[in-house]
Design a protein around this ligand. Structure first.
Ligand code: ADP
Ligand code: MG
Length: 212
């Protein structure tokens, strides 16, 4: 897989716009089982990243991910700020001095997701963003092993993200604010799972357009 750092501004823009477009729906999800601030938290982070995007495009991927992670940690706030921040900081660390082919990217993303698990003391099945991030990491790793064509890798990632996001609806929340609701947390999609899915699908769309 060929990675072009100059794509970063388009990727950031795509995420920014998918969050804007779905702001009402995601806010409603976080209001149902959280405190309703998830979108405004992310919007703060995206505003900071948009402002940095030209600068980020000049960096190598490892440094760019590290910087994105630091920005998200300071700008986003809430549980999701430290978790999304951790994802990117860990990816930056794992990517240091590595050529970025699909195999390497799968490992790097996997390291990022492992860091989120540790940070949140959470795993799959707890009704969080990890129910999207973990299946996406698994899909990537499997497709890297099988040397699947890039267009299919991207389609599989998007599919895994959507199935993972939907799977949170019937789950009992055992982490984060939603866990305070216990059984009443069931029946609502987790807001962080929804934004992870939206962002991953937006990234996939840009990458499919430019790389395949
Ligand atoms: P807060 O919950 O502090 O208001 P946000 O609303 O920005 O923060 O983010 C909430 C989202 O963060 C949840 O929907 C969930 O996906 C994710 N989340 C919360 N706690 C954890 C955790 N321990 N591990 C993984 N993800 C978590
Ligand atoms: Mg919240």
């Amino acid at each position: 897989m060929q990675f072009v750092p100059t794509l970063l501004p388009s990727l950031i823009q795509a995420i920014n716009s998918v969050i804007e477009t779905n702001a009402e729906e995601v806010t409603a999800l976080d209001q149902a089982i959280g405190d309703g601030d998830h979108v405004t938290n992310l919007q703060r982070g995206m505003k900071a990243l948009v402002a940095q995007s030209d600068e980020l495009a000049q960096l190598d991927w490892a440094t760019a991910w590290q910087k994105i992670g630091m920005t998200l940690m300071t700008a986003v706030g809430g549980a999701s700020g430290s978790l999304y921040g951790t994802l990117f900081v860990a990816m930056g660390k794992a990517a240091r001095d590595r050529a970025l082919d699909l195999q390497a990217f799968a490992e790097i993303f996997g390291s990022g997701v492992d860091a989120v698990k540790q940070r949140g003391k959470a795993d799959a099945g707890e009704k969080t963003m990890l129910d999207v991030l973990i299946p996406v990491a698994v899909s990537l790793r499997q497709d890297a092993v099988d040397s699947v064509a890039l267009a299919d890798v991207l389609a599989n990632i998007a599919g895994a993200a959507i199935v993972g996001m939907e799977s949170t609806r019937d789950m009992l929340a055992t982490k984060g604010r939603a866990s305070f609701l216990e059984e009443r947390s069931r029946g609502h999609i987790d807001a962080g799972a929804k934004t992870s899915q939206l962002m991953i699908c937006a990234l996939v769309e840009v990458l499919a357009e430019h790389l395949t």
